[in-house]
Ligand binder design. Structure first.
Ligand code: NDP
Ligand code: A1CAB
Length: 279
């Protein structure tokens, strides 16, 4: 069967419990329903939600889903890392397989889920990002040794339904991944805010500054997406010798150490925070 058909089959058959229907869980849910996950195969467990997409089962806690069954193929954990320890005990009965525990929580280690769910539990630790809401997400995932090929294909189909997915075998890489692609959209939004303010400082009306900054960031992203050329080539294509872009890049690359080292420090700080969240 072609890969696309396999993905569709995995998605339409997957029974998923989504624990935490907030910003990240909600973005994933939107993408799944758009890409073939059957609504009646999805249960969203979140005490704060009183309505959800048509056909999706909602629960305030896992008592009813556990009593009614059947057990899910995937238990996707999308609560804040800080509340994870208080959430997990209620799901202990799903440990030991075949349900895959699929976490999107920053910092939380595979070993912690193995301890909480018991021996033999298949666990996938992943980090998606919020562009998943518009099917432009980037997820990186790492599986423990109990994840079967079928379970991995189901996780890949779920996470891949909302964008791109890569797998790593070294879990330690996930902290830096979190710092680059998990948190990364916020850096781009901040850049857009800074460009807007710079335009205002340069004398532009605020609405025009916001409009052209936003359009420029979106346009540059779309060009980078569509072009076979790497970002450095695309940058050089904008930069005329001794022109305006060169003047700006001289500031961005050289003044006060430049943006490069600053970005490295920012990513290092996020990586450290991810490591700290391991508990
Ligand atoms: N946002 C992002 O860009 C990314 C987030 N992540 C990870 O995703 C996870 C969720 O983050 P995010 O979506 O931003 O956070 P949100 O706070 O938006 O979502 C978490 C949701 O879980 C709910 N919740 C709280 N307690 C429980 C419980 N006991 N059972 C079920 N649901 C509960 C919260 O309800 P209430 O608000 O009422 O407390 C909220 O709706 C985090 O672990 C984060 O590290 C990973 C990558 C990117
Ligand atoms: O800020 C956070 O901790 C989460 C994880 C990555 C993006 N948001």
């Amino acid at each position: 069967m072609p890969a696309a058909d396999l993905t569709r089959a995995a998605l339409s058959a997957a029974r998923v419990w989504l624990v935490g229907g907030g910003k990240m869980g909600g973005a994933l849910l939107t993408g799944w329903l758009d890409h073939g996950v059957a609504p009646d195969n999805v249960t969203v467990i979140d005490p704060g939600l009183d309505q959800g997409p048509h056909g999706v089962r909602l629960a305030a806690d896992p008592a009813a889903p556990l009593a009614e069954g059947p057990a899910p193929d995937v238990l996707l954990l999308a609560v804040k890392p800080q509340v994870m320890d208080s959430v997990l005990p209620a799901y202990r009965a799903l440990g030991g397989g075949p349900t895959v525990v699929l976490s999107v929580a920053a910092g939380r280690l595979i070993a912690g889920f193995e301890t909480a769910f018991g021996p033999g539990t298949p666990v996938v630790r992943s980090i998606p990002n919020t562009p998943a809401a518009v099917h432009r997400g980037m997820t990186v995932a790492c599986a423990n040794g109990h994840v079967t090929d079928t379970a991995r294909a189901t996780c890949e189909a779920l996470l891949g339904a909302v964008g791109d997915i890569a797998w790593v075998t070294d879990e330690a890489l996930i902290d830096a991944v979190t710092a680059v692609s998990g948190s990364g959209p916020a850096y781009v939004f901040w850049l857009t805010e800074c460009m807007t303010q710079a335009g205002i400082d340069g004398g532009l009306p605020a609405d025009l500054a916001a409009r052209i900054a936003r359009a420029t960031v979106c346009g540059a992203g779309a060009l980078m997406d569509a072009s076979p050329e790497d970002p450095a080539t695309l940058r050089r294509n904008v930069t005329s010798p001794n022109g305006t872009t060169a003047a700006a890049l001289e500031v961005l690359m050289q003044e006060s150490g430049g943006l490069g080292p600053l970005m490295s420090r920012a990513v290092a700080a996020a990586t450290q925070r991810s490591q700290d969240l391991a508990g």
